[in-house]
Design a protein around this ligand. Structure first.
Ligand code: CTP
Length: 411
């Protein structure tokens, strides 16, 4: 359990902070909410007090004997400001301490994550961009806002990321500090595949696999938080799109293949991807024929065996056709056996596929599928292995991006 300060700025998106608060307390954290006075015009103090189980105040004049304006910041393990309005970013960048939240920010030793939400014009204004740059230079995390529907008829960058995304990223910073969400992927185009393909047998049946897509989701979310332009080619995943990510839904291996080739190569004003990550579980085989109508038991055409044909290896194709400088990352689910251990099998696969990095999952004894935690090792083309990365999938994703970032050719 960690002590988290949830700062809430005065924007209409403040209502989503109640859901974030809920997600953080359900994850077992002790959350102290510090809203600004204007935040309380959007959400009442009683909501924050009831959901956090802690008192709520906005002014340094409340609770004076407790010296709350420094104690709350000093004792926190993490400060998340959600939403961070243009005004709040400006006050934080200027080092103001004119209410309890800004005083807390000045006294905090812990990592600080700002989650901006405002109208596009305010976000893009040079004053706001300078304030963001100042806060980042001082070591704070300032998440890029999501793109989408804003209050009123407007649409564009400035939307608050969803509470589930922010809660997942808070865990990344708790585990790895502010550096785990640094802007090292800014200006990079990243394509991630996720989920499991479905190979049709007839109009209602398919051959599939158990991949939940959640590791790919975490990779996309963390890459977006680290500044990348992210495309997620998603095979049969129901989850809502992570913030700031463009999702291309696909079904079969063939559809995934077409989408991956198009996204990796880029088109029009979108250049080729800098990084392609194949986290999807792609079916190695598909039925040789797909029945045009439902296969019926007892009918003349009742099947007695499945006739399977091999699907192309998308990753190998992408490696073969890659533009100069594009980094290819594969995933491998391995088990040790009598012949070799997991890493030996994985090194052979890395060579065979020709990838730059291979993320290796040890799936001995049914581990991994459907779990919220993961444990992987990242192998590099020179055969070296990263330390074991373990924990929630977003934390593992941050470790994978560290390895990718270190391997990316400089611009
Ligand atoms: N992959 C792919 N196209 C396929 C199959 C797999 O692009 N038709 C990619 C996966 O997305 C993953 C990697 O290749 O990045 C996994 O390689 P694969 O050889 O399928 O590994 P395993 O499933 O572990 O297979 P094997 O049975 O060969 O060990």
């Amino acid at each position: 359990m960690s002590k988290i300060v949830l700062g809430v700025g005065g924007g209409v998106a403040a209502y989503k902070s109640a859901l974030l608060l809920r997600a953080l307390t359900e994850a077992g954290h002790d959350v102290r909410v510090v809203p600004t006075a204007s935040a309380l015009r959007f959400v009442g103090a009683a909501t924050f007090e009831a959901l956090s189980g802690n008192p709520v105040s906005t002014e340094v004049w409340d609770d004076v004997p407790e010296v709350a304006h420094v104690r709350i910041g000093q004792t926190a393990d993490l400060v998340v400001v959600n939403p961070a309005t243009a005004d709040l970013l400006a006050r934080a960048a200027a080092g103001r301490a004119d209410d309890l939240l800004t005083a807390t920010l000045l006294a905090a030793h812990a990592p600080v994550v700002f989650v901006p939400a405002m109208h596009t014009e305010m976000w893009l204004h040079p004053a706001t961009q300078d304030n963001v740059a100042t806060l980042r230079r001082r070591g704070a995390v300032v998440l890029p806002p999501a793109v989408g529907r804003l209050t009123g008829p407007d649409s564009g960058p400035g939307r608050l990321p969803e509470p589930a995304d922010v809660a997942a990223l808070a865990e990344v910073v708790l585990a790895g500090g502010a550096a785990a969400l640094r802007q090292d992927l800014a200006g990079r185009r990243v394509v991630v595949s996720a989920g499991g393909t479905r190979e049709a047998l007839d109009p209602v049946r398919f051959l599939g696999n158990r991949s939940s897509g959640m590791q790919g989701w975490a990779l996309a979310r963390v890459a977006a938080a680290r500044g990348a332009e992210v495309v997620l080619v998603a095979a049969n995943v129901e989850a809502p799109a992570p913030f700031g990510v463009r999702v291309v839904p696909v079904g079969s291996a063939e559809e995934l293949r077409t989408a991956m080739h198009a996204e990796a190569a880029g088109s029009g004003d979108r250049g080729p991807a800098d990084v392609v990550v194949m986290a999807a579980a792609v079916a190695d085989f598909r039925p040789g024929t797909v029945a045009a109508s439902k296969l019926k038991k007892g009918s003349a055409g009742e099947p007695t065996a499945l006739d399977l044909v091999r699907n192309p290896d998308v990753l190998v194709e992408l490696v073969g056709g890659r533009p100069a400088g594009q980094l290819l990352v594969g995933f491998a689910a391995e088990t040790g056996d009598d012949e070799a251990d997991v890493l030996t099998h994985a090194r052979a696969k890395l060579q065979r596929k020709g990838v730059d990095l291979l993320v290796v999952n040890d799936v001995s004894a049914g581990r991994v599928f459907g779990r919220s935690d993961n444990e992987v090792t990242v192998l590099a083309a020179d055969g070296s292995a990263s330390p074991v990365l373990s924990g929630p999938k977003d934390t593992v994703a941050a470790g994978i991006w560290d390895a990718v970032s270190a391997a990316l050719p400089p611009r």
